[in-house]
Write a protein that binds this ligand. Structure first.
Ligand SMILES: Cc1cc2nc3c(=O)[nH]c(=O)nc-3n(C[C@H](O)[C@H](O)[C@H](O)COP(=O)(O)OP(=O)(O)OC[C@H]3O[C@@H](n4cnc5c(N)ncnc54)[C@H](O)[C@@H]3O)c2cc1C
Length: 495
């Protein structure tokens, strides 16, 4: 075996998203020699795809706004987001999260990450949502830089595909690395490989065959960590819980300005000032790009009479909440939202917006014309609208007639509008592997597997993270804690 095919470290971290970076930095800070492997060419994972909100209490932001809040109140409010799923929560992990979220947010700030807020998000009784500036890539930028600076060995294009075992102890992982298959030996491992939103088999097994057909927002969320842990006896909790399928307009051909902003001090300082003091009319054009790019169309559009058709003009019918699932069965899994002039007028002013980033901005029909010309179509007749969408006009007319026969709100008067293509996506899956309160991965008979920890989505352990800012909060909080425990484990004498 050449040197490159066998590597050694104290702590091996699998996954370079939020949880993995936090784990690697904490393990290194606690004296361990750390290697972080990331299967993609770049760090980031779903963390870099996210909006990046982080909900926490007693933060510098809450304090400077005079908001008196406690982890206890946060603990009580979190289940209110889960509705009928609240009973399936893991209260021990929820306690860990609320008690440590504030310290984690401050730790991120100490690394250079900046937040705006807190924003209200009922049923939270106090404003707790902190939004990262200028976007979620700031997490990866600052933590990646810090990890490299303190000596974490980061290896991208490196994918773990099997754990190495000695008796019942995990002693490393078999990895596909640029120079070939490599055995990385470690005294402990933190698994931080994200969720399985893009794994068809796991979605079919834990959610449903229909949902398994829906694409993931992050096509790299393939649930590798779940799969390599099954042979160790690991089990998924709340595997059927997910966010989505959500109808979203396809991304623009070019990245929106907000995603391109670098996370430098000057940019975040300007953004913080602008968000706080600039009048809406000046600020709107900037934040709108973000809303029309990243946010889902409101479902009440369909309750109020909009029509959804597939790429051939055929009507897609289902309850608004199920349209996301229905569209995934259609050709190319895409559809178009059709409105007439009456609906267009309704969706041109408060309180009827087409999409919203809660507490940040509301986007009306005309905002789509200005910021998303690639998905905005307008025509005087259904025939010419069909032409501009490249679909058979007879089929679109039939769909409009059938829709009008079934609905009180009819598509009648021109000009007619289409927004699309829209596609449905699984945003994330919440089925994490069972872990204990030290983030040790549990194997057969719920016994902790020596040497193996799990954090972030893969180590969610049944915790319900509904509402904004809890997934990111958990990724960093659990990542830090798992990293510390993994570093401590390296001092354990293995006989
Ligand atoms: C569009 C969108 C918006 C969101 N917005 C928010 C929000 O505003 N607030 C919030 O709280 N949550 C949000 N979320 C959810 C949140 O982003 C995730 O739950 C969180 O980032 C998960 O972090 P993680 O570190 O566990 O996983 P990830 O960030 O996905 O990191 C896992 C990493 O592991 C790597 N990996 C996987 N398998 C292997 C392997 N075998 N070997 C090596 N590397 C591997 C992956 O490539 C990835 O880089 C959002 C999600 C989406 C999709």
């Amino acid at each position: 075996m050449t040197e490159e095919q066998s590597l050694n470290c104290d702590v091996l971290v699998i996954g370079g998203g939020g949880a993995g970076l936090a784990a690697a930095i904490e393990a290194r800070t606690h004296g361990a020699n750390v290697m972080l492997i990331e299967k993609n060419p770049e760090l980031g994972g779903t963390t870099a795809w996210s909006i990046g909100s982080f909900s926490a209490t007693q933060t510098p932001h809450q304090i400077s706004e005079g908001i008196v809040d406690t982890p206890d109140e946060h603990f009580e409010d979190m289940p209110k987001f889960s509705g009928p799923l609240a009973d399936r929560d893991n209260p021990k992990l929820r306690r860990i999260f609320v008690d440590n979220a504030n310290e984690t947010l401050r730790w991120l700030m100490s690394m250079g990450v900046e937040f705006f807020g807190p924003m209200p998000e009922p049923p939270h009784r106090k404003p707790r949502m902190h939004n990262v500036l200028p976007n979620s890539r700031a997490y990866i930028h600052h933590l990646g830089k810090h990890a490299a600076k303190i000596g974490v060995e980061i290896r991208c294009n490196s994918r773990a595909n099997k754990f190495l075992l000695e008796d019942d102890r995990v002693i490393g992982a078999r990895c596909e690395m640029p120079r070939g298959i490599t055995e990385v030996h470690a005294k402990s491992i933190v698994l931080a490989s994200g969720d399985y939103a893009a794994n068809r088999e796991l979605k079919a097994k834990y959610i449903s065959p229909e949902v398994s057909l829906v694409d993931a927002m992050n096509p790299n969320a393939t649930g590798d960590g779940h799969e390599i842990s099954f042979p160790l006896g690991a089990r998924v909790i709340n595997g059927d819980v997910l966010s989505g399928p959500t109808l979203r307009f396809i991304p623009p051909p070019r990245e929106s300005i907000d995603r391109m902003l670098p996370p430098t001090k000057i940019v975040t300082k300007f953004m913080r000032f602008a968000l706080k003091y600039m009048p809406d009319r000046i600020l709107r054009p900037f934040v709108l790009g973000f809303t029309t790019t990243s946010m889902a169309p409101e479902l009440d559009l369909f309750t109020n009479g909009a029509l959804l058709v597939n790429k051939n003009g055929k009507r897609i019918t289902d309850s608004p909440a199920k349209l996301g699932l229905a569209i995934a069965q259609e050709p190319e899994k895409i559809g178009y939202v059709i409105l007439d002039s009456n609906l267009a007028a309704k969706y041109s002013k408060w309180p009827d917006f087409i999409a919203t980033a809660p507490g940040v901005s509301y986007a009306y029909l005309d905002d789509f014309r200005k910021t998303r010309p690639d998905i905005f179509h307008k025509s005087d007749s259904i025939t010419t609208l069909a032409g501009s969408l490249d679909m058979p006009h007879e089929e679109l007319k039939n769909s409009v007639n059938a829709h009008n026969a079934d609905n009180d709100t009819k598509i009648l008067s021109g000009p007619f509008y289409a927004l699309g293509p829209a596609k449905s996506y699984v945003v994330l899956t919440d089925g994490g592997l069972a872990v204990d309160e030290e983030h040790r991965l549990l194997g057969q008979n719920d016994k902790a597997i020596p040497g193996l920890f799990a954090a972030g989505s893969v180590g969610q352990g049944g915790l319900m993270l509904k509402g904004h800012g809890h997934h990111i909060g958990w990724a960093f909080t659990s990542g830090r804690r798992a990293g510390r425990h993994a570093a401590k484990e390296t001092a354990v004498k293995v006989t």
